[in-house]
Write a protein that binds this ligand. Structure first.
Ligand code: COA
Length: 432
């Protein structure tokens, strides 16, 4: 059979494809904006045919119907990163959460979490029969490589991304042809607090640095203050629209990068169609699986590697909670520790933890004497270096517990400073 015949022999409807899923299977669903929404909808519609199907997923951008009340007999969601759409299912006990570094997810699929079915979304094939993983390479490509069965939405609107980002049609078992908009993430609203944080972070970034930027308003705010920098590079778990602006402004050139010079290296993309158009067939952007991009020993090879991530609480020792408040799971570690470690291991690197000084409309301090009871420590005190709020920068590495506490209290919100100073005096039996 020639390529066209091979391709055609695999094309089925979404309903036919999900008919191949069996009770008890473990399914890995494509990540974030690469979620194969039509196949997942068909699987949910066919729920009466299944019992105890496990759905492994990280950031779920659609409504995650398989995790809704009433689906318990048919599906069990195993979340590797809780998001807004799955938080309630995990906290109510209908879904599970499995802690893991993002970088190790591919090895889990080869070991402790073997994959029966990978549900993926890819671009249309090129003349050689290769489809691109488009916006989500991360764990989606490794899952497809080790799954017993691969069901792919082939979407003519999926951008064709470069790097190690391809699957050959012969490796796909069933193809569902679709033509839908790739899920978009609209740029966040950036307020004065985020701008102040962005400005402090930008002051730590030298020309020629390579950046990792997490998701959300704070990383986007940092980008606003980088317009006068030169030759920045990107080696990041993900990027959004903000990076496109810096490329167009001539600020991100990747020229000073020590690995993959000239290239933006990334494992997934979350943005609007503007970002997806920018990456399409663009050799400047290389996508690799997450066990490469997030490997700290790869990250550290970049010169002046800067990681910028966010968190929900920091205690006076510098312990960072980013994924839970008490026992309530808010998200997951994602790539935070991978990048903190990689940038710390980089000779001239810096790891930055950036957050607003308060939560819940200013009623709660994020700098606290002790983390909330039950909180998971996401980034340990031995790993944390720069902590940034709208009130300034606390640099912790090399500082005693007492001096760390002082530095952190100095960047706390004024409404909570006196309380924190009293705690300091009690703990260290000395003046602040
Ligand atoms: N006490 C109580 N609740 C808190 C809190 C605190 N100290 N800090 C945050 N929250 C609540 C918020 O009110 C919000 O609740 P809501 O959704 O019900 O409104 C929720 O936690 C999320 O907080 P928010 O500040 O809106 O989150 P964010 O979008 O700025 O993201 C993290 C912050 C920490 C959740 C996010 O950066 C993360 O998941 N980090 C870990 C993963 C990571 O760093 N990955 C690497 C880069 S992709």
């Amino acid at each position: 059979m020639n390529l066209e015949q091979i391709y055609k022999s695999k094309v089925v409807t979404a309903a036919q494809a999900v008919g191949k899923i069996k009770s008890g299977n473990r399914i890995v669903a494509g990540h974030a904006c690469g979620e194969p929404t039509e196949v997942i909808a068909a699987m949910v519609a066919n729920c009466e045919a299944y019992e105890n199907v496990e759905i492994v997923h990280m950031v779920a951008m659609s409504s995650s119907e398989y995790a809704k009340p009433g689906m318990e007999v048919h599906f069990r969601h195993n979340s590797l990163f809780v998001g807004g759409n799955t938080r309630e299912a995990v906290s109510s006990g209908r879904a599970d959460f499995t802690p893991c570094y993002f970088s190790e997810v591919p090895s889990l699929f080869k070991g402790n979490l073997p994959v029966d079915v990978a549900l993926i979304q890819v671009s249309t094939p090129d003349e050689h029969g290769y489809c691109s993983f488009g916006v989500s390479n991360d764990y989606t490509k490794p899952a497809a490589e080790c799954a017993k069965l691969v069901i792919a939405e082939v979407n003519n609107r999926m951008p064709r991304t470069m790097g190690d980002s391809f699957i050959h049609v012969s490796e796909i078992d069933y193809i569902v042809e679709v033509s839908h908009q790739i899920i978009e993430l609209q740029p966040p609203k950036i307020g004065d607090v985020e701008k102040a944080i962005g400005q402090h972070c930008a002051s730590l970034i030298e020309d020629g640095s390579t950046l990792q930027l997490g998701i959300g308003a704070i990383p986007d705010a940092v980008l606003l203050f980088l317009r006068d920098k030169k030759d920045l590079g990107i080696h990041s778990e993900m990027i959004s629209d903000g990076v496109v602006e810096l490329v167009e402004a001539g600020v991100v050139t990747n020229k000073a990068k020590t690995i993959h010079p000239g290239k933006i290296v990334v494992t997934f993309l979350m943005g609007t169609q503007r970002l997806y158009d920018f990456v399409n067939n663009n050799p400047m952007v290389e996508m690799y699986p997450v066990d490469y991009v997030n490997d700290p020993t790869v990250i550290m090879k970049n010169s002046k590697m800067i990681s910028i991530n966010s968190c929900v609480q920091v205690d006076l020792m510098g312990q960072v909670a980013s994924e839970s408040v008490g026992l309530k799971q808010i998200s997951g570690v994602g790539g935070q520790v991978d990048f903190v470690r990689g940038s710390n291991m980089c000779e001239d690197g810096k790891s930055i933890m950036a957050m607003a000084s308060t939560a819940a409309k200013g009623t709660i301090s994020k700098i606290v004497p002790l983390l909330a009871e039950g909180s998971a420590v996401t980034t340990g005190r031995n790993d944390v270096n720069y902590v940034v709020t709208e009130y300034g920068i606390a640099q912790l590495k090399g500082k005693s517990l007492k001096d760390r506490a002082r530095a952190l209290i100095n960047i706390a919100h004024p409404n909570f400073k006196n309380e924190l100073i009293r705690e300091f005096q009690k703990r260290f039996s000395c003046e602040f």
